[in-house]
Design a protein around this ligand. Sequence first.
Ligand code: PHE
Length: 447
Amino acid sequence: MAKLAHAQWSSRMGFVLAAAGSAVGLGNIWRFSYLTGESGGAAFVLVYLACVALVGLPILVAEWMIGRRGQKNPINTMADLATRHGRSRSWALVGISGVLAAFLILSFYSVIGGWSLNYTLGSVMGSFTAQDADASGAAFEGLLGDPETLLIWHTLFMVLVVGIVARGVTKGLEAAARVLMPLLVVLLLILVGYGATSGFFGEAFSFMFSPDWGALDGGVMLAAMGQAFFTLSLGMGIMMAYGSYLGEDVNLLSTARTVIVLDTVIALLAGLAIFPIVFANGLDASSGPGLIFVTLPIAFGNMVGGSLLGLAFFLLLTFAALTSAISLLEPVVETLEERTPLSRLGSTLVGAVAVWLVGIAALLSFNVWADVSILGLNIFDFLDTFTGKVLLPLTGLGAIVFYSRCLEKEEARRELAMDVYDYSLWNLLTKYVAPLGVIVVFLAGFL
Ligand code: PHE
């Protein structure tokens, strides 16, 4: 891999940070908590944890290894590796559906990133001060009902993303992530502490961890698996692209474990911070995508130093969202750059404008287009559901099947530094458990 000496992560730490920067985002705080609330709590959480361990881990390693072998963008990597192993070039479809998923996800992700920016400003202006549940709900409803304001923040968020991607300030970003990510964890811990004094911590804890299996159906399982893909940035070629910059010396398995533990801990902390506030204020846990934006301001409005903490929290959330959004734009830009005559800058602009336009359709679905529906869902819900429950699992399935059936076994075993015994277990996991898990859950979700 000498030829790539210039294009490698500076260190294992740099790689972990970049991968964690993509993984940790709105998915951990906004999406995890609203899905948990909507899907009845613990049954969802436990299936999600099982999916992360049994499906997410193998697929993360598979995507990295495919990327490290292929050394190209996801579409070409898949096509080249397939040819090299005597398989059909249509494996490139896995890359293509990943790029489509990234495009669609970024369009609504940016709308939520915009909400986070709006709430950052809200904390500066002191709008949460002494706010009760009704006022907080009304403020959020007001935001959703106002397309111009939503548009301004969605636009600003996309401008920030483009600004960062176009200037390629990865170095600065990595350095910032080093400081900001731990800060986010500290803030979440403070919020969990606040939740612990609310008198409803026990209730929140059992909501999240003591399952009512009656609540479990195919739909909840599919949502949990979709969330495992979403939160780990899987099924989109992103981790494949990251793997292509990876040196031979990095141990994929232990690195994957580190990233996954970090990502999961942040999601669980977010849940433990949010649900006590939900229950203490008699809010509806199943209220959907607005959950954190209605609950957290109540806490910030009523705790000592709340406006400062609120400001810090929404700033950090925005930052986490930005590092994820950058990783989402990258596959789109890379594809345009390599498949059209556009330059890097041109591709970034064209890709971003297209994403921005679809995002406008998503934000209008909260107000003027509330009645427009695709398969019974409004545009926003359709984008979130279709990508999370269909595109990501299918792309991830493609990656794990390709890894376990088409790549050379012995080489993979040595690469993972496993002995024969461990590798046979790993083989079981990657060849049967993970793919069958995805297929079964996928099918059950549509019954
Ligand atoms: N994993 C990110 C999150 O949890 C979102 C994301 C999904 C980023 C897919 C890149 C790819 O917010």
